[in-house]
Write a new protein. Structure first.
Ligand code: ZN
Length: 221
């Protein structure tokens, strides 16, 4: 999928080995314990973030293909990478996955929610049910390109609505990419305020490295 190497897998072993993988061991599989991640996500208060990849080539290509061209094979490959890395480390898995919802008007034009697709694929592989009824999207937010963290957080205010209590004690909110963390934060805050004892993890396929970190941020397993 990423090269011309013949391979039985979606991603050949050479490309797989070359993925910009986050060093999970150094942070006990919680990126919020890494100071540089905390610094790059100001205003975020969710306690646990799991993301196996940096949003760099070729991961950005996989995510864009899924999001804008509904390439389901990209979703399968990303979910496979997530589960492959998560299964080795996931000590305490959640009981339900909550995908970040799309506003219905956006769904009408795009007919596809990449977060739901990723949550379904991951849920299938890890045997965790997907809860699509818990959260809905009230307002349509402008595409999140080229806005600072503070502006994005303000625009995410009241975007989501709580529809139904989760039927479990431990959930993971699933998104494709963490850039400022504002989307995950908005859903986290909504759930945490309504259900203070609910355990809430945040899962994303990839996280954007801070711009000043450059190539040094690329870490190896
Ligand atoms: Zn390859």
């Amino acid at each position: 999928m990423l090269c011309y190497q013949p391979s039985r897998d979606l991603i050949c072993p050479y490309c797989y080995d070359d993925l910009p993988v986050v060093d999970w061991q150094s942070c006990q599989h919680n990126l919020m314990l890494l100071p540089k991640v905390q610094r790059s996500l100001p205003g975020v208060s969710f306690p646990r973030l799991l993301s196996p990849l940096y949003y760099q080539p070729p991961v950005n290509r996989l995510i864009k293909g899924l999001k804008y061209s509904a390439r389901l094979s990209h979703g399968r490959a990303l979910a496979h990478i997530f589960c492959d890395l998560a299964q080795q480390h996931l000590i305490d898995p959640p009981d339900a996955l909550i995908p970040v919802p799309l506003h219905w008007t956006r769904w009408l034009t795009r007919r596809f929610n990449q977060s739901t697709e990723l949550a379904s694929q991951i849920g299938k592989q890890l045997r965790i049910p997907v809860d699509q009824r818990c959260i809905s999207r009230e307002r349509r937010s402008a595409p999140q390109v080229g806005h600072g963290g503070e502006a994005r957080r303000r625009r995410m205010h009241n975007v989501f609505r709580l529809e139904q209590a989760p039927a479990v004690n431990h959930v993971a909110i699933v998104d494709d990419v963490v850039t400022t963390g504002s989307t995950l934060q908005a859903i986290y805050r909504l759930l945490h305020r309504a259900y203070p004892s609910l355990r809430i993890d945040c899962w994303a396929m990839a996280i954007t490295p801070p711009p000043n970190q450059g190539a040094s941020w690329r870490e190896r397993r």
